[in-house]
Design a protein around this ligand. Structure first.
Ligand code: AMP
Ligand code: TRP
Length: 327
C-alpha cells in the first residue's frame, strides 16, 4: 500500500504563484496514493516566537485555503499536528535514538542558530519532531521542498537505527521532490517570480483578490511590442506568463490557446486569461468563506485527528513495548 504524507508550516503566502506552483501539484498527488495525510505543522511554527492570536487565526485560514483549493477530505486525512498528543511522545522516544551530532549537523539548524544567539532547543529538535510526524503512520513518500530534504533523510536514518536496535518498527520514508513546476512570473516584471514580497502589488495576484482587481491587474500586465500571441519565455516573457497561467488553470494545452488567438490581439488574450483566473478564484474564495464561517472545517479536522491519533497511539505503544518502557 502506498502512502504519502506532508506537513505545512502555517506561514507563507497565498499568491496565484503559490497556488499554481505548490498547491495544485499537491492536490494532484492525492490521486496517486492509496492513503494521503496532510497536516498543519503548528508545533513546528513555535521554534520562533509567534503572536498567539495571529497564529491561531493563521492556522484556521491556512487549512481552509488548502481545502478550498482542492485538498479533499474524502481522499486525504487532514489534521492539526498539535491535536495529536502522541506525536511529541513519539518524538521523545526518537530523540533518544538520535545522535546530538547528527541533529546539530542539519543545515537549517546551523543557519538559523547562527542568526539568533538565543535560539530555542526546539530549533535543534525540530527535525526529530518532524521524524515523529513522518514515521508514526508508516508513510512511504514525503513531498517537501529541497530545504527539507535533509530532514526527511534524518527521519529515515533514525527509523533505520531504531529498527536495527529494537526490531522492525518503521517503514523507511523517502523525500519526494517534485520536479520543477511552472514558475508564475510577476505581471509587471515578467522576468521575476510572482511573490508577495514585491514592492509593486500590481504585479501580484493574491488568492483573495476580487474579480475587478484581478481583471485590472491582468489587463495592465506588461507584454511586448509585437502583435502575435505565442509562447517564448525569452523573447515574450509577459505573454508566456499569461499563457502559463491560463493553461495551468484551464487544463488547456499552451498550443491550443495559441491556436485560439491567431490573428487576435493581446487585449483579447488578457480578457480571456482574466476571465479564467477570476472564475477560478471566485469559486475558491466562496468555498474558503463557507469553510471559515461554518462547522464543516471542524468536522473535517475532528475526523482527521481521530484517525491520526489512532495510528499514532498504536505506534507509540509498539515503540514503548520494544524499548521496555512498560509496567
Ligand atoms: P513561498 O511562499 O515562497 O515560501 O513558496 C511556497 C511554495 O510556493 C514553494 O513550493 C514555491 O516553489 C511555490 N511558489 C511560490 N511562488 C511561486 C511562483 N511565482 N510560481 C510558482 N511557484 C511558486
Ligand atoms: N518542516 C516542514 C517545513 O518547514 C514542515 C513539516 C513538519 C513537515 N513536519 C513535516 C513536512 C513532516 C513534511 C513531513 O516546511
Amino acid at each position: 500500500m502506498s502512502k504519502l504524507l506532508t506537513g505545512l508550516k502555517p506561514t507563507g503566502e497565498f499568491t496565484l504563484g503559490n497556488y499554481i506552483g505548490a498547491i495544485v501539484p499537491l492536490v494532484k498527488l492525492q490521486d496517486d496514493y492509496d492513503e494521503v495525510f496532510l497536516f498543519v505543522a503548528d508545533l513546528h511554527a513555535l521554534t520562533v516566537y509567534q503572536d498567539p492570536k495571529e497564529l491561531r487565526a493563521r492556522i484556521r485560514k491556512f487549512i481552509a485555503m488548502y481545502i478550498a483549493c482542492g485538498v479533499d477530505p474524502k481522499k486525504t486525512t487532514i489534521y492539526l499536528q498539535s491535536e495529536n498528543p502522541y506525536i511529541p511522545a513519539i518524538s521523545w522516544l526518537l530523540e533518544c535514538t538520535t545522535q546530538f551530532g547528527e541533529a546539530s549537523r542539519m543545515i537549517q539548524f546551523k543557519e538559523k542558530s547562527k542568526q539568533n544567539a538565543n535560539f530555542s532547543v526546539g530549533l535543534l529538535t525540530y527535525p526529530i519532531l518532524m521524524a515523529a510526524d513522518i514515521l508514526y503512520c508508516d508513510t512511504n513518500d514525503v513531498p517537501v521542498g529541497i530545504d527539507q530534504k535533509q530532514h526527511v533523510e534524518l527521519a529515515r536514518d533514525v527509523a533505520e537505527r531504531f529498527n536495527h536496535k529494537y526490531g522492525e518498527t518503521f517503514v523507511l520514508p523517502q523525500p519526494y521532490i517534485a520536479k520543477e513546476g511552472t514558475k508564475i512570473k510577476d505581471l509587471k516584471d515578467p522576468t521575476k517570480k510572482m511573490s508577495k514580497s514585491e514592492e509593486n502589488p500590481q504585479g501580484v495576484i493574491t488568492m483573495f483578490d476580487t474579480r475587478e482587481v484581478i481583471t485590472k491587474k491582468i489587463m495592465r500586465a506588461t507584454t511586448d511590442s509585437e502583435m502575435d500571441v505565442h509562447f517564448d519565455e525569452d523573447k515574450k516573457p509577459g505573454i508566456s506568463n499569461l499563457l502559463n497561467i491560463a493553461s495551468a488553470l484551464s487544463g488547456q494545452k499552451i498550443a491550443e490557446i495559441e491556436q485560439q488567438f491567431v490573428g487576435k490581439n493581446y487585449g483579447e488574450l488578457k480578457q480571456y486569461v482574466a476571465e479564467i483566473v477570476a472564475t477560478k478564484l471566485e469559486a475558491i474564495q466562496a468555498r474558503y468563506e463557507t469553510l471559515l464561517n461554518g462547522k464543516e472545517l471542524d468536522a473535517i479536522l475532528d475526523q482527521g485527528i481521530q484517525k491520526s491519533i489512532q495510528l499514532a497511539k498504536a505506534k507509540y505503544e509498539q515503540m514503548k513495548e520494544k524499548m521496555g518502557v512498560v509496567r
